[in-house]
Design a binder for this molecule. Structure first.
Ligand SMILES: [Zn+2]
Length: 308
């Protein structure tokens, strides 16, 4: 009997689930709203597993392992020690809950580590990774080594301040990168323009955090001046974040992951242009390679399945 694995990636607003075969090839995937409390995560994951099995026409008994990528600091053994976006997860035994529900092998891992595993399998052993969705996560991998830092918090690029006294961030600081260079920024700017009657080409009833809704902003930017200005602003902020990171790391390749990576080909040119403006007189570091991570918004979930 064929065996499969399931991978999860919990983001700020979405829970991504993917079913992969023995070669880690995705055979079914889905995105559902992220639970707003840790106690509902197990239930949400069981629901996703049911949907994936139905889509792929398999039974849960054919799943051998479940990998879960969380935006959290996880101790060896699976204890959740810190989770900025869903603090109620701290201390919960998600691993045991899922394990006892399906008798699967279950492994919890930091979400960016999961995306880095997929990136290493597809893009080589040295890169800077930015996962851009509701917020911004990140990783620096050099010669196959993921920089974890003294306490394991390395790669929190989204909480580097790029605007002193700027807008409030969920972390308590003001002016963080993820307030300006994230999917949330695109959605809030577009929403505001719609309320002011300046942007009418995006369906008003859509889920403003969905990947397709964000993609629509990039799609209409070619012909709509208001959308184009929003994308330009997003790219300018993202370019500043990247140029700061290049100063700190001297990385050669920058991978874009997360929900926004589904639209990468629609803003790649503008990002390259903004990056050259952010690094004006530095010819040596203007040849940075920007790429969307393989499997785009599913990269983290596929990495979680690979590690499980
Ligand atoms: Zn912050």
């Amino acid at each position: 009997m064929l065996s499969f694995r399931v991978g999860f990636d919990l983001g700020g607003t979405k829970l991504a689930g993917v079913l992969v075969d023995q070669n880690l090839k995705p055979v079914a995937s889905c995105f559902v709203p992220a639970p707003t409390h840790g106690q509902w995560l197990g239930e949400a994951m069981m629901d996703v597993i049911g949907r994936l099995c139905m889509t792929a026409k398999i039974v849960p008994g054919q799943i051998e392992a479940v990998g879960v990528g969380l935006p959290a600091l996880i101790a060896p053994g699976g204890a959740i020690q810190s989770c900025a976006h869903l603090p109620s997860l701290v201390g919960m035994d998600i691993q045991n809950e899922i394990q006892s529900a399906g008798r699967w092998r279950v492994h919890l891992e930091n979400d960016v580590n999961c995306a880095a595993v997929t990136a290493m399998a597809n893009h080589g052993s040295s890169f800077l990774l930015l996962t851009i969705g509701t917020g911004i996560g990140g990783a620096l991998v050099e010669d196959g080594n993921l920089r974890r830092g003294f306490r394991g918090f390395a790669g929190e690029f989204g909480h580097m301040v790029i605007a002193v006294g700027g807008d409030q961030c969920v972390c308590g600081k003001r002016g963080c990168a993820e307030v300006y260079a994230s999917g949330s920024f695109l959605a809030s700017r577009a929403r505001r323009a719609m309320e002011q009657g300046r942007l009418n080409e995006i369906p008003d009833d859509a889920d403003a955090t969905s990947i397709t809704w964000t993609k629509r902003i990039f799609e209409i930017a070619a012909t709509n001046l208001v959308a184009n200005r929003i994308v330009e602003e997003f790219c300018s902020y993202l370019a500043v974040v990247i140029s700061n990171l290049i100063e700190a790391t001297d990385a050669k390749m920058v991978l874009i992951g997360g929900g926004v990576s589904a639209s990468f080909d629609l803003f790649e040119e503008q990002l390259n242009h903004a990056y050259l403006l952010a690094m004006p007189s530095d010819r040596l570091r203007q040849d940075i390679v920007f790429q969307a991570i393989e499997f785009g918004p599913l990269a983290g979930a596929i990495g979680a399945a690979a590690i499980a």
